[in-house]
Design a protein around this ligand. Structure first.
Ligand SMILES: CC(C)(COP(=O)(O)OP(=O)(O)OC[C@H]1O[C@@H](n2cnc3c(N)ncnc32)[C@H](O)[C@@H]1OP(=O)(O)O)[C@@H](O)C(=O)NCCC(=O)NCCS
Length: 202
């Protein structure tokens, strides 16, 4: 368990699944347009329980699956130690061995720790919660014996890009360049952070 500032970071248990599903649904499926567009808001409200339920099923299956090197971390505030206000997950994932700076047509893929589903409940943003969660995730990955960590971020997600940049995550690879050029869709950036040199698994 990590305590910094006023938040506590701990490993999630099955009791957290409902709160984590709420955070993920609010963060990834509600858009700021919901506030102004009544029709969109009604639609989101209608599908929200389904989305939340689907996320709960996924979380439960990841919790039950005893895969090594999987973790879900949650943050809580002392005002309610049982209610998660933010979360992230770490798993192992194949990523290209070479960075975008090396000229290559094909790159070997290696498995590395990978962060996904980082989200802070809208009411708790800009208080350093995501930063604390990421620092705790880095400690977890070091304890597993790895020295690097990866994650994806959308080119258009400026808050997340600022956060990762401040914590030392650097561009490793671009994805979606073709749909960016043809359809104007935002690219996905694969970011990497090197955590240190004294670990055994790379
Ligand atoms: C991105 C997100 C996780 C940030 O969480 P947070 O707890 O508000 O972030 P922190 O308070 O730890 O911010 C740390 C730093 O990140 C940057 N940052 C965070 N939110 C920002 C924003 N809205 N605008 C600009 N910079 C921002 C700032 O540099 C900030 O430091 P500062 O507050 O001292 O200026 C949160 O906005 C979120 O849940 N977004 C929706 C889900 C999402 O996009 N997840 C990431 C998927 S890749």
């Amino acid at each position: 368990m990590h305590r910094q500032s006023s938040f506590t970071i701990r490993h999630a248990s099955s009791r957290d699944v409902g709160h984590v599903a709420d955070i993920l649904t609010e963060s990834f499926y509600r858009s700021p347009e919901d506030q102004v567009n009544l029709l969109l808001r009604c639609f989101t409200d209608l599908v929200y329980p389904l989305l939340r339920y689907g996320i709960m099923l996924d979380l439960n299956s990841r919790f039950d699956d005893k895969t090594p090197c999987y973790a879900c971390l949650v943050a809580t505030h002392p005002s309610n130690n049982f209610q998660a206000i933010a979360s992230l997950e770490i798993c192992m994932r194949h990523v290209p061995a070479k960075s975008y700076r090396d000229f290559w047509l094909w790159s070997e893929m290696n498995q590395h720790p990978y962060i996904f589903n980082l989200a802070v409940h809208p009411q708790w943003r800009r208080r350093g919660v995501a930063k604390q969660l990421l620092l705790a995730a880095e400690q977890t990955v070091k304890q597993w014996g790895f020295s690097s960590l990866y994650m994806h971020v959308l080119e258009s997600n400026q808050p997340a890009r600022n956060l990762y940049d401040r914590l030392g995550y650097r561009l490793h690879h671009h994805e979606g360049t073709v749909s960016y050029w043809i359809l104007g869709r935002p690219r996905r950036f694969l970011l990497q952070k090197i955590l240190g040199s004294s670990y055994n698994k790379g």
